[in-house]
Ligand binder design. Structure first.
Ligand code: COA
Length: 331
């Protein structure tokens, strides 16, 4: 087996649908207003994948193709493809297998990770373990969600939050001290089901009643999730800093899951970080679930410097949450 090395992010790709759904558009659909949405969430618009014949795998594959181009590697060099999603094209087969065939990565093996808004973080550390063990040289980690497929556009408490998009990173063995240094993952069974999609699984398979009762859409007790997320994301971000002796000055960027600007601010405050060290694009894309963190990395990649200390943090349904300490390898 090859020598053990850290896993470094060596390329970033993304896909965002063209179509924009603004707060003003939503004012025409449900009883809400732009001011309420902006002040409570930080969101101004989101992207929506309108094409009915395209879904999560399409967006993931587009992000993957951009990634391959950026790095200048061919798809058949990829060893593993991991897709994090809560909106797979089908319950099975895995969306990762569909991405694999679309990009013609014939030598890879592929699987999905289901951890809601923490999905990308879980997938990233899963991918890193393949590199660190020496069993893989190139691992593609994709976060892709077509949230518009499970959002109820008659429910003002959820439809304002979510958008569609995909982001992808390539993991390869690091050549120096950069790469994924440490991570903390947590989960706790949410027995009250504060954030879930009631029907379509094996407990409540689709039938006339489930469709009539709108049970195939995401439901959320926003207040409960908000409280858990605020504490969880801040706790785990502070914990990873303590564990790695990082002060606020040592951290170049917080890369937070984009669910609500108030949750992001609370996390940054606890870490002692100024706003100019926090990646925020929730205003443009809303909550794209598994795609938020790679979309931040994509948007900020030109500002990042080799050796920058990044803290990635997320909280999501499950409950699931976690943080990852990354020393940036590019630039
Ligand atoms: N427009 C206008 N009013 C709205 C509204 C909307 N889109 N949605 C809800 N309201 C109303 C509610 O009905 C409520 O009215 P009431 O007091 O008369 O009952 C009031 O606004 C306050 O609702 P509340 O749910 O307490 O608001 P909030 O400040 O908690 O914000 C969320 C709601 C959803 C934005 C917030 O709870 C949140 O972001 N939760 C976590 C989301 C999240 O992180 N989800 C993904 C997990 S990663």
């Amino acid at each position: 087996m090859a020598e053990t090395k850290r896993a470094a992010i060596t390329a970033v790709g993304h896909y965002l649908p063209e179509n924009r759904l603004t707060n003003h558009d939503l004012e025409q659909m449900v009883e809400t207003d732009d001011e309420w949405i902006r002040t409570r969430t930080g969101i101004e618009e989101r992207r929506i994948l309108k094409d009915e014949d395209k879904a999560t795998a399409f967006m993931g594959a587009e992000a993957a193709k951009e990634l391959l181009d950026q790095r200048g590697v061919s798809a058949d060099e990829i060893d593993v493809i991991i897709v994090a999603t809560v909106t797979p094209d089908y319950l099975f087969p895995a969306t990762a297998c569909l991405v694999q065939s679309e990009i013609e990565a014939g030598n890879a093996y592929s699987f999905d990770v289901s951890a809601a808004c923490s999905g990308f973080l879980y997938a990233l550390t899963t991918g890193a373990n393949f590199i660190e063990s020496g069993r893989a040289q190139k691992v593609m980690v994709i976060g892709s969600d077509k949230m518009s497929s499970i959002v109820d556009y008659t429910d003002r408490s959820t439809c304002i939050l979510f958008g569609d998009g995909a982001g992808a990173v390539l993991l390869e063995p690091s050549e120096d001290e950069t790469g994924i240094i440490d991570y903390i993952h947590r989960s706790e069974g949410d027995t009250n089901l504060s954030l879930y999609q009631p029907a379509g699984g094996s407990l409540n398979p689709a039938n006339e009643e489930t469709v009539k009762n709108r049970l195939h859409y995401a439901k959320q007790d926003g207040r409960t999730v908000f409280k858990k997320a605020t504490v969880g994301m801040a706790d785990v971000s502070e914990e990873i800093m303590d564990k790695n002796d990082l002060s606020a000055d040592d951290v170049a960027w917080l890369v937070p899951h984009q669910a609500n600007l108030r949750i992001i601010d609370a996390t940054a405050n606890r870490m002692g970080l100024d706003k100019d060290k926090v990646m925020v694009n929730i205003d443009k894309y809303g909550n794209t679930t598994a795609a938020t963190i790679p979309l931040c990395l994509y948007d900020w990649q030109n500002k990042l410097e080799h050796g920058d200390n990044l803290i990635l943090a997320a909280f999501g349904g499950g409950y699931t949450w976690g943080s990852i300490y990354v020393k940036w390898a590019l630039n």
